[in-house]
Design a protein around this ligand. Structure first.
Ligand code: DQA
Length: 144
């Protein structure tokens, strides 16, 4: 059976390509999905892709699509810095989670250096652009 990984992007990441390109680059969310799909295919993984600007919608999606998956790659975007609800959700699912950020959250405003969701993650990849998602998939593919 093919192993499936859930890849979730949080608020404002639908604006990739247009949003602060000096920080997030000029490639779009669709470009990211292409990179993710190609890497997943090479690793023999299926992917469930989701983006929302709504915290509740992200939590509902994870409740629905997390169980039975091999793990979660999540860029919680701004939710990273304050969403205890998302942290609780990731903890409750008890799956391997990799948190990814396109920019280096430690090299920006001070409030970005704090992640409340990272405690629920096996690891955090921050500042490596789209490659971070590929590395997260590599990690999940290597798990039992
Ligand atoms: C981000 C970093 C967050 O601080 C920010 O709120 C985002 C994107 C990143 O991918 O670099 O929306 O998660």
């Amino acid at each position: 059976m093919t192993r499936r990984v859930v890849v979730v992007n949080g608020p404002n990441l639908n604006l990739l390509g247009k949003r602060e390109p000096e920080i997030y680059g000029t490639r779009t969310l669709d470009d990211l999905y292409q990179v993710v799909r190609a890497r997943a295919a090479k690793l023999g993984l299926e992917v469930s892709l989701f983006q929302s600007n709504d915290e509740g919608a992200i939590i509902d999606y994870l409740h629905q699509h997390g169980p039975g998956s091999a793990g979660i790659v999540i860029n919680p975007a701004a939710l990273t810095h304050y969403s205890v609800a998302l942290y609780d959700c990731l903890q409750a699912l008890a799956l391997p989670v990799v948190e990814v950020h396109i920019s280096n959250i430690h090299a920006r405003e001070e409030f970005r250096a704090k992640s409340v969701t990272a405690r629920a993650a096996r690891g955090v990849i921050t500042g490596l652009g789209f490659v971070g998602y590929e590395l997260a998939l590599e990690y999940l593919a290597a798990q039992e």
